[in-house]
Design a protein. Structure first.
Length: 250
């Protein structure tokens, strides 16, 4: 499919320039940039493991984000891919490309909108495209604790592996909490829910990040994605990813 081809090319381009995740995800009410934030910034996250012997497995996790500021607007592009192979058989293969816009209102209030294309080889979908917009609020802004929430309506297009497709309306809500444990380490918990008539998709990420120097950090994370009613071709309704990766920011 032509659209899928272009989106995969864009994902590769994003990863190629090493512009991967600002600390929260696009689906978890990311907080406002700090007052001294640069006009353009990026972050790259890469994790890889290779086991051989009685079992032979390889795991790759790569995420990228590019963010730039213009006045009250925050623009973000993101790409992600992950793959797991066991004894030369692929058990996980996922791709994601997304873009997000944020507009600051007076005080702790803001408006947001994002679009996301994702493909999971074993989910029962050929691909899914989601767009969401709404209102957000920053409840805590530091110095040690940061908390933001957002909600709004959305639309999702589901393309199934059997060639059928479906358009769904949905309701979205998200929360992001960050606790700065010290000058070089922070804990983060984020969760989002997208409720449609057919199913509800819940995403969660729990992470601990420790800064190694001004550009490099070590990140440990646990991610969960649950679909309450996946297609019959799906291998599972819940994906879990535990990873340790190297984070590069600029």
């Amino acid at each position: 499919m032509l659209v899928s081809h272009h989106l995969r090319w864009l994902l590769c381009a994003l990863l190629g320039i090493a512009a991967l995740p600002v600390h929260a995800d696009l689906f978890y009410a990311p907080p406002a940039p700090q007052e001294d934030a640069p006009k353009m910034s990026g972050e790259a996250e890469l994790g890889y493991t290779h086991l051989s012997g009685n079992s032979n497995s390889r795991t790759l996790l790569a995420k990228g984000r590019l963010t730039w500021l213009t006045g009250r607007h925050t623009h973000t592009l993101r790409g992600e891919t992950r793959s797991v192979q066991e004894n030369d058989e692929t058990s996980t293969e996922q791709y994601l490309v997304a873009g997000r816009e944020r507009y600051e209102l007076q005080g702790p209030h803001y408006l947001f909108g994002f679009g996301r294309w994702e493909k999971d080889r074993f989910s029962g979908y050929d691909y899914q495209f989601t767009t969401i917009g709404g209102y957000g609020r920053q409840w805590l802004a530091g110095p040690d604790h940061i908390l933001s929430t957002e909600f709004g309506p959305g639309y999702r297009h589901d393309a199934y592996v059997d060639g059928k497709d479906e358009d769904l309306g949905l309701v979205y809500a998200a929360l992001d909490y960050r606790w700065d444990l010290s000058e070089g380490a922070y804990f983060e918990q984020a969760i989002s829910t997208e409720a449609a008539t057919r199913n509800t998709t819940t995403r969660s990420i729990t992470s601990l990040t420790a800064q190694l120097n001004s550009h490099l950090a070590l990140k440990m994370s646990f991610e969960l994605k649950n679909n309450t009613n996946p297609p019959d071709d799906a291998t599972s309704n819940t994906d879990r990813t535990t990873s340790m990766s190297l984070l590069y920011s600029w």
